[in-house]
Design a protein around this ligand. Sequence first.
Ligand code: C2O
Ligand code: CU
Length: 439
Amino acid sequence: MITRRHFLASTAASLCIPSLAFADEAMRLRAEPVKLDLLPDQDQTSLWGFNGSTPGPTIRTRKGGRVKVRFENALKQSSAVHWHGIRIDNKMDGVPGLTQSQVSSGNDFLYDFVAPDAGTYWYHSHDRSWEQVARGLYGALIVEEENPPLVDHDIIVFVDDWRLNRDGSQAGDFENMHDQAHAGRMGNFAKAIFQGVTSPIKLNQRIRLRFINVATDRIFPLQLTGVDGKIIAYDGMPLEKPEDMDNIILAPAQRADIIADVTGETIEVNFTARDGLFRLGGFTVQGLIEPTAKAEVILPMINRYEMPDLKNAVQLTLQMEGGAMSRRMMMGGMMNGDVWAFNGVSGMTDTPFHKFKAGQTGVIELVNDTRFPHAIHLHGHHFQAIVSGGMSPLRDTILVDAGKTTKIACVFDNPGKWLLHCHMLAHQAAGMKTWVEVA
Ligand code: C2O
Ligand code: CU
């Protein structure tokens, strides 16, 4: 017989081991039409999201924790979910046609993986992503450190832009060839969306801001006021040396973690557009706590990372070609929608760009022979740029400006088939993608 005392005792016991208690239960993540307040004085904008909202729910786990998500597709087109930046099992990477089949309308798929790295990651649709991400199919995946830095608020900041009609509805031109051949499909309205603020933010408190650029094509240079702090991580990976906040540039898909103390009466997130500062969002600070002397936060590199073996690395070149004002376009590459190419090849091929032996270091020269910047993303791995005097912080997405060349080094140690593409999703749609194999 279960007495009240027994019942309480067993409840308490299970609270101590929540990960075990719930390991078999998958969280459900349902892609469906949603609404979002964007334009003041207009109706809500109809978008797509997960579990009733865009951004979707934040999925949190501990480093080494298991993520089990039952993805349900309640859209009228097929979809799939990619877990961006997290070095998981290839079968769970969510790329239709490469790692799984499309999840058609009304069907579901079980994502089940262990999160090896702590940090700020995100999930988004990887099927017709230029449309589905633009419509709002994304959310945050937060993997907590074993000993997270102490903060009063842990806030996720999604930065995005939308192309809206005057009445607040979203423009439907997701495959506009003019956009594809230029800098991508930019919105005409931009905003920051915050998640995780559960109580008023007070003067002198310490906050963690996890910025995620979820825009399909826009690069966001950001400026913060009302806080004083440092960038402590990029793309989920802690920095050896925290960086100043005065130069935050996030290409599509990139993240930056900031730890800062509240110093002003308002906190503002601004986008430094060409024609001035544009306010994306912010908070009014309410009340204060006593100032205490706080040490600067340095996150130890808690995520496992093999050092690249530069001496024995395979040397490769990935040349970005095409787009407006390029030879490729003049020669009529545009006719079949293959506006962009890597090494002369547009879109996916039967054989990979390169097949690496597991554990092998690859040095890839990313040559941007186009008139536009590109944000190159490799699935399943992090890599570093080889810069004068050493190596850059670890990244999963790197911005290469028009006409520039960047060499990256990567230890290809995660077996499987991994996409390598421009995360300006209009460019990806128009051919700027390939894949590598690690075996
Ligand atoms: Cu963020 Cu191929 O994805
Ligand atoms: Cu691009």
